[in-house]
Write a protein that binds this ligand. Structure first.
Ligand code: NCD
Length: 313
């Protein structure tokens, strides 16, 4: 296993750029960050470094955890959430905006509605760019924190049965997580979605090529009792042009205590959040529900690990 930092001054654009060594490295770093936060609260390892958080789409957890991660590492940040008050509203292009903030800061975290926007930003930026969601493309840092949550619980991804539920067509967190888990042997992934929200074919073939055992179904019935990880997603309203279709599928799956009574005792329930009705509030009390208790906090630890690895050799 590599002990050297694989991320120093690198962009993070896609989950595809990670191999299992890099994932072990980041998992260890995240565990160290978790200890630091829980003992001292903060460190000053990134004192003097500045992060720009450039968000062209709505965000709570990704924005908040990147900003707090930078502060807990002793660094500073430029918060551009809702670019309405920046020169973007005057018609400034993404390359110009990115080049501007790369001139002031050491790393740029970008969320943007277009697939490939982070790649374009990285081409124009002389500072590392982190993709915090590019439309329906990818969300690699969410996948890294999800990976950390899964390995903290089970020790490894190897041999697990992971069920991904909901909007698999538009859910970028799923698109990135599938890329990470498919790096490991003996992984089974059940894809559960309405027909109009099936995972894009290039992703199913990518996973199959990497020897993931993959099934696609419309119901949870058969897969629920055998799943180790139940990863629920929101139907992405903002990606629909036809709102009538959205209304038909928005609550296609609702996880309630009754539904969960059929799941393994050792299973975990994950969700990248926000939830808009896919998991009922009374599920939160179930010890298997990790989305608030674990997943959101792991986002802070993993993003601290990412920022430190990019900015320190
Ligand atoms: C996700 C996103 O933005 O893709 N949220 C997040 O970053 N945790 C999921 C979603 O919006 O449904």
């Amino acid at each position: 296993m590599t002990k050297t930092n694989p991320l120093y001054l690198k962009d993070i654009l896609s989950a595809d750029q990670f191999d299992t060594d890099a994932l072990s490295y980041l998992t260890k770093q995240a565990a160290t960050m978790e200890k630091i936060v829980n003992t001292k609260g903060a460190t000053d390892v990134l004192r003097g470094k500045i992060m720009t958080a450039l968000f062209y789409e709505a965000s709570s957890r990704t924005f908040g955890s990147f900003v707090t991660a930078m502060q807990r590492l002793g660094g500073g940040f430029v918060p551009l959430q809702g670019v309405t008050y920046s020169s973007v509203s005057k018609g400034e292009t993404l390359p110009d905006t990115v080049r501007t903030f790369a001139s002031f800061s050491d790393v740029v975290v970008l969320r943007h509605p277009e697939v490939g926007s982070a790649q374009i930003a990285a081409e124009f930026s002389d500072k590392p760019v982190i993709n915090a969601g590019d439309g329906v493309g990818e969300h690699p840092t969410q996948a890294l924190l999800d990976f950390y949550t899964i390995t903290k619980t089970f020790g490894s991804v190897r041999g697990l049965t992971i069920t991904m539920v909901g909007d698999l067509l538009n859910g970028r967190t799923i698109h990135s997580l599938l890329r990470l888990v498919s790096l490991y042997p003996k992984v089974t992934v059940h894809l559960v979605s309405p027909d109009i929200l099936k995972l894009p074919a290039e992703l199913t073939s990518m996973a199959r090529k990497r020897h993931v055992t993959l099934t696609e179904t419309e119901t949870l019935d058969d897969v629920l009792p055998v799943s180790d990880v139940l990863y629920i997603t929101r139907v992405q309203k903002e990606r629909f042009t036809d709102l009538a279709s959205y209304e038909r599928v928005k609550h296609y799956y609702v996880i309630t205590p009754k539904v969960l009574s059929r799941a393994k005792k050792t299973a975990i329930v994950m969700h990248p959040f926000p939830r808009v009705g896919e998991i009922s509030l009374d599920v939160d009390l179930d010890p298997r529900a990790l989305y608030i208790r674990e997943q959101i906090k792991n986002g802070l630890y993993m993003r601290m690990a990412i920022l430190k690895s990019i900015l320190k050799p």
